[in-house]
Write a protein that binds this ligand. Sequence first.
Ligand code: PDD
Length: 277
Amino acid sequence: RIAYVNGDFIPLVDAKISVLDRGFLFADGVYEVTAVIDGKLVDNAAHLARLERSLGEIEMGHPVPLETLTALQLELARRNSLNEGGIYLQVTRGAAERDFSYPKDAKPSLVMFTQTRNLVADPRAETGVAVVTTPDLRWKRRDIKSVSMIAQTIAKQEAAKVGAAEAIMVEDGVVTEGSSSTAWLIKDGKLITRQLSNSVLPGVTRLSVMALCAEQGLEVEERTYTVDELQQADEVFITAATTLVMPVVKVDERVMSNGAPGPIASRLRQLYIEMAK
Ligand code: PDD
């Protein structure tokens, strides 16, 4: 496998970053994951727009001009013969003497690698996945796609322990989002997902699915909802770059949509894949 590190395409095993890099010491960095389907980048313009916003929110410079990023991503995909999977891209503030405030002279680091995965023929989409609910332990700027993810790894591990695919995080009695996905419910034909704010990541897949819903004449309501409402829904699904649209068939102990992927979630998954191809 080939990785990209600060200007060089090199074998992943040789890819290295300084222990003084602030991404390593302070999780002082941001990232994006772009799906690749049939060798094409999915929704990449929106991912790069969000990267730009994340960088701006933490006053971090650009390691390379943003316009050149797509070419680098495509070159990395080519060098890895990546037909389907994901491209991980991370920008950190770079190496500097350890000090909390931003260093004046650090040069941002850009690291990228690819992961080959079956996104379209994901067997989990056939059966649907189980999710568990868990307290949202994160910081208060979840709109920034920060690499600081201890809370998400704790949540995901809780899910993994009981064989669930995702942890749905809950704060003040309402759902925020999945540990690495946007959470949705469908009730009486209407889709509901949380409104954007500092409490959730503005999901790129979320935005695309909203556009598909508009095309299909499906109503989407953006608002908060409780775990109880989630469990009383007709259908539940999650969205994320490499998960696409994934039907949920169990929320904690409660079986959803008779234990099989719901019709609207399945249709949206199909439409999203067609759009991506
Ligand atoms: N995670 N919410 C959180 C907390 C996420 O980490 C993600 C994505 C999403 C969905 O965003 P998008 O549709 O733009 O991928 C929502 C990525 C895929 C990851 O960390 O691997």
